[in-house]
Design a protein around this ligand. Structure first.
Ligand code: ATP
Length: 326
């Protein structure tokens, strides 16, 4: 029998579309199992400051389609200190919180893991980040929406690229990982994709531009992942602009628009499944695990396996991209 009666839920790290759908699923699943639920605003920062408030099923109306997070998010330096975590624990105790569900990226799970080693409070994690860079899950909540936003935007830029014979260097998010760049590149038919996981980019890029010049193909989309080793889109463009003057080189950094917007059906569906699974995991007395999604099924992955470095990029996707680019 589970001893858990009251749980808290928070969102932490960068916001991602679908976080609200996950909060909604957690709250409604908890209420279904006769648990009380408390929301914590501003992630771990709010835990330290005592920003806790009761959540009811009706508070979850009309949020499944909204981007961002109604609980707000934050990065908390104080939570990295023992004193900060002690204050956070006192606030959880004051409200009789038995367990916490955190929605965020690997940093969030690292913080949750540290906390629950110090204090006897179980934590369950739900992967919420647009970067899709977490080992143990095929998808993180928000990735699909960000990918679709990027694809839609590149399609628009392509219209100008082809009308004016221009070569666009487009920078997309993803932190140290190239998932958004690689998949958006395949989906938009980009001519070149620069991601941190692939070596020899300077040579590859030069080779591509020489080939394009020879073919007189002056309209091109070159996708640059923000964590790419040669630098961001502007830096990469600067490195080749003198040698390739004939190309009308332009740079576009897509920026925060990639993090916002209404979640796709896939992200809402994923968030709903993982929210319910997270509450089930707590009731099953699990702790320090992430609920993830592998081969279309919900899986449970220990926190220490989700934060041990980057998820590998799929070789088959790299091959597809290579074959389809000119
Ligand atoms: P995103 O992938 O969107 O950036 P994230 O969850 O990885 O999300 P971070 O800022 O890395 O975002 O981590 C969120 C918060 O987790 C940090 O602001 C900090 O409060 C906490 N945290 C991270 N690492 C630790 C740690 N080693 N000890 C304690 N707390 C930590």
């Amino acid at each position: 029998m589970s001893k858990i009666k009251k749980i808290a839920v928070l969102t932490s790290g960068g916001d991602a579309p679908g976080m609200n759908a996950a909060v909604r699923a957690v709250v409604r699943a908890a209420i279904f199992h006769n648990l009380e639920v408390v929301g914590i605003e501003h992630g771990f920062e709010g835990m330290i400051k005592g920003e806790l408030f009761r959540l009811e099923s009706k508070d979850m109306r009309n949020i499944i389609h909204r981007g961002g997070t109604i609980l707000r998010s934050a990065r908390s330096l104080e939570f990295k200190t023992k004193k900060g975590r002690a204050n956070a624990f006192n606030n959880l105790k004051k409200q009789n919180i038995d367990a916490v569900i955190v929605i965020g990226g690997d940093g969030t799970f690292r913080g949750a893991g540290v906390f629950s080693q110090e204090y006897d409070i179980p934590f369950i994690g739900i992967p919420g980040t647009i970067d899709n860079d977490m080992p143990g899950t095929d998808f993180t909540i928000g990735f699909d929406t960000a990918l679709n936003t990027v694809v839609e935007t590149i399609d628009k830029i392509k219209d100008t690229a082809s009308s004016h014979d221009r070569t666009f260097f487009i920078e997309v998010m993803g932190r140290d990982a190239g998932f958004i760049a690689l998949q958006a590149g395949i989906a938009t038919g980009a001519e070149a994709i620069l991601i941190p996981e692939v070596e020899g980019q300077a040579e590859n890029l030069r080779e591509f531009l020489l080939k394009a010049k020879k073919l007189k193909k002056m309209s091109n989309i070159i996708l640059v992942a923000e964590g790419n080793k040669l630098g961001g889109a502007q830096q990469v463009a600067d490195q080749v602009k003198d040698e390739f003057k004939d190309f009308g080189i332009r740079v576009n950094v897509l920026g925060h628009m990639q993090r916002g917007g209404s979640p796709t059906a896939f992200d809402r569906f994923l968030a709903s499944r993982l929210g319910v699974a997270a509450v089930d995991a707590l009731i099953d007395n699990q702790r320090s695990v992430m609920v993830g999604y592998k081969n279309h099924e919900v899986v449970h992955v220990p926190f220490n396996k989700t934060i041990k470095g980057l998820r590998n990029i799929n070789d088959e996707l790299l091959k597809v991209a290579d074959i389809l680019m000119i």
